[in-house]
Design a protein around this ligand. Sequence first.
Ligand code: GDP
Ligand code: ZN
Length: 333
Amino acid sequence: MYYRKNILFLSCTFGGFIEGVVTKIESKDYYVRADKKIIRCNLPGRFQKEFNLKKDKLYTLDIAVVGDKVNFEMNKDNTGTINNIAGRVNYISRKAPRMKGAGERGERLEQTLAANIDEVYIIASAINPSFNNRFIDRLIVAGESAYINVNVVINKMDLAPEEDVQYFKNIYSKLGYNVYITSIYRSESIDRLRNNVIGKKSLFFGQSGVGKSSILNGLFPTLDLKTGDVSLSTNKGKHTTVTSIMHGVGDNTFVIDTPGIREFDPYGVKKEDLGRYFKEFPEYINDCKFNNCTHFHEPGCAVRKAVETGKITSERYKSYLNILETIEEGLFF
Ligand code: GDP
Ligand code: ZN
């Protein structure tokens, strides 16, 4: 053990690389976790150039993101300098909000929220705020198109009628998604969730007020995140850059919190592909008359027929149309 520590020490001193994971980004500071310590690192300007060249016409805001594996070297002042960003296993991105992403002709940029994720949890509440399946479905599309396992959490079960909660649950459990019904006042419901989170890197999404922070605190009390319903009013109108934050909460267990997500437009999904990310659509898609059918107005659409006969729920189809519309409006390239 002592011997191994020495090797790490030597490699730091003589300019070797240290491996780490980006946990937080604040303006130009990248906080990198390595060997259970957090080192504040900078990212040399050359990365910006290389990235732009590689991506060519793809507009991307983020060079290194939370969850990225990096190599860095220690500087004399105990900060680090990143010198390599490893390729990503996967990543979740969205169209950047307008104020940040508006290019000269109104192009929307890609904002990458996190990389190298094992599981995505979408937190919704059954009531207060009311259940919002549009938001869930947008995130499901982002998760499915990134090939990341998606889980749905329906919180505040203590406040809503049982039959409502079951109805919401069925929409997603019938499709094969893991659905957790929770209340921060029912500890066994939080325990069930924790069992699936342990040992993995999980990304948590939720609209303001659904109880995401309360659930994270319930899962891992050491997090001690701020809760309450004030976040909505304090964030409004402020041009703050809110990025994800990764917390280490035990051996090989990490939760990535995404604060302040109020809107979510999946990025880079083409309208003719959107149906593939709605799990129940593909079995009908092959029967559509046109093979580039967008399942909206085309004659002979088997997806629309499945909606009419109740095989696809109208909630999910409405979400689909809602996203389809934003794809048509939003993509200029
Ligand atoms: P966030 O914005 O999603 O992080 O939500 P918070 O965790 O800050 O919670 C918003 C409000 O909902 C707070 O007043 C919480 O106490 C409350 N809350 C969170 N979860 C539950 C729950 O399961 N049941 C009830 N009754 N209230 C909850
Ligand atoms: Zn169709």
